[in-house]
Design a protein around this ligand. Structure first.
Ligand SMILES: O=C(O)[C@H](O)COP(=O)(O)O
Length: 319
C-alpha cells in the first residue's frame, strides 16, 4: 500500500482492499493507520474516562445509564457590544466574549464531552473552541467537514490513537440564531425609538410574531428543536456526552423543549452570554442540573454520581 494507491484509488477503496486481506495481517496495519469514516455519521469516539463503566472494550459497547448535555450561549459578540440586532449575521466575539468563553470552559472542565455541536456562525464556534482549551481531558475538538465528498476525504485522520484524543465538532445552520430579518444591523435602541418600545419587545420576545421578513421564535424552534431531536438526542441516547454552543433564541427554543415550557413561559426565559447550563439525560428524560441564574460552580452543577466518578478518574489520570 503506498501513497500512489491513495492518490489513485482514494482512501475508502484502499481501506476496503486492506480489510479484504485479513490473512496477510494487513488488517493490523489498517487498524494502525486508517480509520474508516461513514459519510453520514461523525466518527464515534468513546472516551474511556468519560463513563466509569467503560473500563474495558466489552463495556464500551454498553449504553451508559446517563449522559451530560451542556448548553452554552456564545460569549459577547461585537454586535452585542454595539447593541445591534444580529440574527444570522456572522460576527465574531469581543475580547470580553473571549474571556466569557474561557470562563465557561473552566466551569465545564470536569464534565465529560464526547461530541460538540455548534451553529454555523463563528461566535458560537469560537465559544466552543475557547471553552475546550480549559477542559482537563485535553482532547482536541476537530470541526468535521462533510459539506462535500472532497471536504470529507481531504479532512480525514489516519490514526486511531489521534482519533481517540479528538472530539468531533458538528456545525449546523439549524442551530443558528433566529433570523431577525429587516432588523439585522439596526441598533436596538434606535429601533425602539423608530417603532416604539412595545413593538420591539413584541418582535424580540413574542412566541409567534416575526420581525419584518424574519423568523419568530416559533419558526426558529421548528428547525432548532427538530435538529436537536433528530441529530443530537440519538447521540445522548447512545451515551455520548454532548456540548451545544449556540445562540440566545435557538437555545431558548431547545430549553423550551427540554423543560416543557409553554409559549408563555419561554417568553420570560433569558440566557446570559457564556454561562453554561447542564442537563443530565437519563432514561429518556432531561433533568436540569444547573441554571444560568446561579453562575457559580456549586450553583450551576449539582453533580451526579457518574459525574463525580468521571472527575475522580480525571484526577487520577492527571496526577
Ligand atoms: O441576534 C441578536 O441580536 C441577539 O443575539 C439576540 O437578540 P435578542 O436577545 O434581542 O433576541
Amino acid at each position: 500500500m503506498n501513497l500512489e494507491m491513495f492518490r489513485r484509488d482514494g482512501l475508502q477503496k484502499v481501506l476496503k482492499s486492506i480489510l479484504n486481506c485479513q490473512r496477510t495481517g494487513v488488517m493490523g496495519l489498517a487498524r494502525g493507520i486508517l480509520v474508516e469514516f461513514k459519510p453520514s455519521a461523525s466518527p464515534t469516539l468513546v472516551d474511556p474516562v468519560s463513563s466509569p463503566s467503560n473500563n474495558n472494550t466489552s463495556d464500551s459497547k454498553k449504553k451508559s445509564s446517563e449522559a451530560a448535555l451542556i448548553l452554552v450561549r456564545h460569549g459577547e459578540s461585537l454586535w452585542n457590544e454595539k447593541n445591534l440586532f444580529t440574527g444570522c449575521v456572522d460576527v465574531p466575539l469581543t475580547k470580553k466574549g473571549v474571556e466569557e468563553a474561557i470562563e465557561a470552559g473552566k466551569r465545564i472542565s470536569n464534565i465529560p464531552v464526547d461530541m460538540i455541536y455548534t451553529s454555523a456562525l463563528i461566535r458560537a464556534q469560537m465559544t466552543a473552541m475557547l471553552a475546550m482549551t480549559q477542559h482537563r481531558r485535553k482532547k482536541v475538538p476537530i470541526i468535521m467537514h462533510n459539506e462535500s465528498e472532497q471536504a470529507r476525504s481531504w479532512s480525514q485522520i489516519f490514526s486511531e490513537d489521534t482519533m481517540k484524543q479528538s472530539i468531533p465538532v458538528i456545525t449546523a445552520w439549524q442551530l443558528n440564531e433566529r433570523m431577525y430579518g429587516e432588523l439585522q444591523g439596526l441598533n436596538k435602541q434606535e429601533t425602539a425609538d423608530r417603532y416604539g418600545k412595545e413593538q420591539v419587545h413584541v418582535w424580540r420576545r413574542s412566541y409567534d410574531i416575526p420581525p419584518p421578513n424574519g423568523e419568530s421564535l416559533e419558526m426558529c424552534a421548528e428547525r432548532a428543536v427538530a435538529y436537536f431531536r433528530d441529530q443530537i438526542e440519538p447521540q445522548l441516547q447512545a451515551g455520548k456526552n454532548v456540548m451545544i454552543a449556540a445562540h440566545g433564541n435557538s437555545l431558548r427554543s431547545i430549553i423550551m423543549y427540554l423543560d416543557k415550557l409553554t409559549s408563555q413561559e419561554v417568553i420570560s426565559l433569558e440566557l446570559s452570554t457564556g454561562i453554561p447550563m447542564l442537563y443530565i439525560f437519563k432514561e429518556g428524560k432531561f433533568i436540569r442540573r444547573g441554571s444560568p441564574v446561579g453562575p457559580t460552580e456549586a450553583g450551576v452543577y449539582a453533580y451526579t454520581r457518574t459525574l463525580a466518578q468521571y472527575r475522580q478518574k480525571l484526577d487520577e489520570m492527571l496526577h
